[in-house]
Design a protein. Structure first.
Length: 439
């Protein structure tokens, strides 16, 4: 049995596909796209509302058959049809009046205090700030288009400086929730981690994520590994399972978590080695990993574990393929190492084969633990759309702006995962009244 692997991309996920040069593996995605909703999906079909806001009765006044008047005839029933429409939003202007009084005892003038969130004679409220954050960070609209949208809907067009100030306000409020997200991620039995390069004022930064089905933490950092992991403050004390893409920094001895590698990445690299280097072992390994995943899925669906016999067969086949591979990649042409330092140069096939050999347990962990996924798609989905942001805007202009984007997007992602009301939650966090459902 063989699965079709996920969409192929660059062999190194931190680089664009164009960087593969002539070694781009063939895309194995089947043409045609999705034809229908996944099995078990509830769908989103509109259903009749039991409490419509307006009811319009269409009466029958004349019989179409004999032209008899029906104005005085009582209706025996009716057929309902409902139209769901979205009216133009209307601005609600709230005026705050602080009373002033003169003390009769000391004759000093006293004035009531305004709420902390009311700072100026005229300003936009939390609802405006929440929509600005959602449209810019989640829907990825540029500030100019957000201003035009507000103008079209309400007649008011906030300036770019006003919108930037609103994003700063939202990021400051959201930052208070990040310790909660970190604390919950540390308690999870399994999390996903990934990173992707982002541009900040012409310099390369990295967007990092730690996440699972309920929580998302995003951080923009100048480093790809070590210091970034420390600043995010999850992995240094984490003791569960981390699914990742085999970046060396995850394997530091001071980390106590268990590793599970993304097999989708390994399949793509096997495909590339098989196509460009004509190595049989790479094709065999790809087939073995795919068929093993099919067996694991069937066992999970049946609520059972794989038998010791099956696990032993997979284990022995895995070792036999690598033994075969050693004879193949030993014949690869490798450029001479320049300079006295560093390791001896190896071929791409040798590097991949030795990764399979070194991390065998982490690669096959999905066979032994039903909670371990086959790939790292969870983390990749949580950071994928941020690349679209970069395509739209080019880059972040400041490190502060990039971190604000990461904080707000991670918070919104968590809201959506926990199915919390989006706009109401954003307004609530601005007012300091927000709590996650699971806290």
């Amino acid at each position: 049995m063989e699965l079709v692997s996920p969409c192929l991309k660059a062999n190194n996920s931190s680089k664009p596909p164009s960087s593969d040069g002539l070694r781009k593996p063939t895309n194995l995605r089947q043409s045609g796209g999705k034809k229908e909703a996944p099995k078990g999906h509830d769908g989103h079909t509109l259903r009749l509302s039991p409490s419509p806001d307006e009811i319009i009765v269409h009466s029958v006044s004349t019989c179409n058959h004999c032209a008899q008047s029906l104005d005085t005839v009582a209706a025996q029933g009716c057929i309902k049809r409902q139209v769901f429409d979205l009216p133009l939003p209307r601005l609600v202007v709230t005026e705050h009046r602080a009373e002033e009084k003169c003390c009769p005892a000391c004759h000093t003038r006293q004035r009531a205090a305004f709420p902390n969130r009311v700072q100026a004679p005229v300003q936009y409220g939390e609802g405006f700030i929440a929509w600005t954050a959602y449209l810019n960070v989640y829907q990825l609209l540029p500030l100019d288009r957000i201003s035009r949208l507000f103008s079209d809907l309400t007649g008011y067009a906030p300036s770019e400086a006003t919108l930037l100030a609103q994003l700063k306000t939202m990021a400051s409020a959201v930052a208070d929730q990040e310790p909660v997200i970190r604390a919950h991620l540390r308690k999870q039995p399994l999390i996903h981690s990934d990173e992707t390069p982002m541009r900040m004022n012409g310099k390369q930064q990295y967007l990092h994520t730690h996440s699972n089905a309920d929580w998302t933490l995003l951080t923009l950092h100048e480093r790809r590994c070590g210091p970034a992991f420390i600043d995010m403050d999850v992995l240094p004390s984490y003791t569960g399972i981390v699914v990742h893409d085999c970046l060396n920094s995850y394997f530091k001895p001071e980390y106590k978590f268990t590793h599970a590698l993304c097999n989708a990445h390994l399949l793509r690299e096997c495909q590339g080695i098989a196509e460009h280097d004509r190595h049989r072992w790479a094709s065999d390994m790809k087939e073995l990993v795919q068929s093993s995943w099919v067996l694991a899925k069937e066992a999970r669906a049946a609520g059972v574990t794989l038998s010791d016999k099956v696990l032993t067969e997979i284990d022995l086949r895995f070792d036999a393929i690598l033994a075969q591979g050693k004879t193949e990649w030993a014949k690869d042409v490798v450029r001479e190492k320049t300079g006295p330092r560093g390791r001896k140069c190896k071929s791409k096939a040798a590097n991949l084969g030795q990764r399979f050999e070194l991390h065998k347990a982490s690669i096959l962990r999905f066979l032994y633990d039903a909670h371990v996924p086959f790939d790292n798609n969870r983390a990749e989905r949580d950071i994928r759309m941020s690349k679209v942001k970069q395509k739209i805007s080019g880059c972040f202009r400041t490190a502060i702006g990039g971190q604000q984007f990461a904080s707000i997007r991670g918070f919104i992602s968590t809201l959506l995962k926990q199915q919390l009301p989006l706009h109401a939650s954003l307004v609530s966090v601005l007012r300091g009244q927000f709590q996650f459902r699971t806290t």
